[in-house]
Design a protein around this ligand. Structure first.
Ligand SMILES: Nc1ncnc2c1ncn2[C@@H]1O[C@H](COP(=O)(O)OP(=O)(O)OP(=O)(O)O)[C@@H](O)[C@H]1O
Length: 291
């Protein structure tokens, strides 16, 4: 059984926006059951990026799905803005889904190939019943937040965009709902190194400029440390390490964290000087950022 480490996280006494408390998920499988998430407690604070990192099968996506209220918990509590949302339903759940938006790994999967960006974004707003001027302004603003020009992007079809641009459109779509929390589940893993950096930088800007709370789920501790204020490391459904990014990089407590860090050569040195680009092999010069 993996040792659970409760490393001291830099004191943050503000009420968390979103919390998981003693959350467990058990799946019934042939011949028994599997505990995908094992008694996990984690707080997400306003205007911070928290990364959940772990290898495949560690339980990250299951935790994300429970936080998003797409999957029921087996036990434990999920709290949003101080309110228990574990068993929310109906219009309250729909309101929660507006406030807690998500972007996933494959932006293509969320796009209808026959819809232009403009058509897709307007469809997402149809329930809001905004007048045309307000709608256009909102779309332009949100595309602006992710570094895209409305005039350029609106008429493009998915195949005319790079992977990074598609992912940025998905983030813009999420922002149109004016969320308090953005959950990005492996949102950069299908992108090559330069596009990945552009999306990570967008997430950082959203935290800094909009005070957005970001949950960044990744198997890549390099990306987690590049982006996040706080890092949670999961192994076999357990939180084995939880600390500020500096604590996790420079004084990791758990062997599993040390092993993940060892797979990213010279992460410590290069993050200090910001010379490292997530996903780029250490010997390759940093890639150019896409426009
Ligand atoms: N619906 C399900 N039924 C049975 N087992 C499941 C189900 N969903 C996930 N699991 C199991 O739970 C464990 C955690 O899976 P999960 O997808 O949460 O991990 P992960 O860290 O997100 O991995 P990946 O990065 O590969 O998606 C795995 O052993 C997985 O096989």
């Amino acid at each position: 059984m993996t040792e659970i480490v409760s490393a001291a996280v830099a004191a943050d006494h503000s009420t968390p926006v979103l919390s998981a408390k003693d959350v467990t998920k058990t799946f019934k499988v042939a011949g028994g059951s599997i505990t995908a998430v094992d008694n996990v407690s984690v707080d997400f604070h306003a205007g911070k990026v928290l990364a959940v990192v772990g290898e495949s099968g560690s339980g990250k996506s299951t935790l994300a799905r429970m936080l998003l209220r797409l999957m029921p918990v087996t036990s434990g509590t999920i709290t949003y803005q101080g309110k228990d949302v574990t068993n929310l339903g109906g219009s309250e759940l729909r309101r929660y889904w507006r406030d807690v938006q998500a972007v996933f790994q494959d932006p293509f999967a969320s796009f209808n190939q026959f819809f232009s960006v403009g058509h897709m974004l307007k469809r997402s707003l149809r329930l809001a019943e905004l007048d045309k001027g307000t709608e256009d302004q909102l779309i332009e603003t949100c595309l602006g937040y992710v570094g895209l020009k409305s005039a350029d992007a609106m008429h493009k079809y998915p195949h005319q965009l790079s992977g990074g641009q598609r992912q940025r459109v998905m983030i813009a779509r999420a922002l149109m709902m004016n969320p308090k929390v953005l959950l990005a589940d492996e949102a950069t893993s299908m992108l090559d190194a330069s596009l990945r950096v552009s999306v990570l930088n967008v997430l950082q800007e959203l935290r800094d400029n909009l005070h957005l709370t970001v949950l960044f789920i990744t198997h890549d501790i390099g990306q987690a440390c590049y982006l996040a204020d706080e890092v949670v490391v999961m192994e076999h459904g357990l939180v084995v390490e939880h600390g500020t990014t500096d604590e996790v990089i420079f004084t990791p407590q758990h062997d599993y964290t040390k092993r993940l860090l060892a797979d990213v050569p010279d992460l410590q040195g290069s993050l200090k000087t910001r010379s490292w680009e997530p996903g780029a092999p250490a010997h390759v010069p940093p890639p150019a950022k896409d426009s």
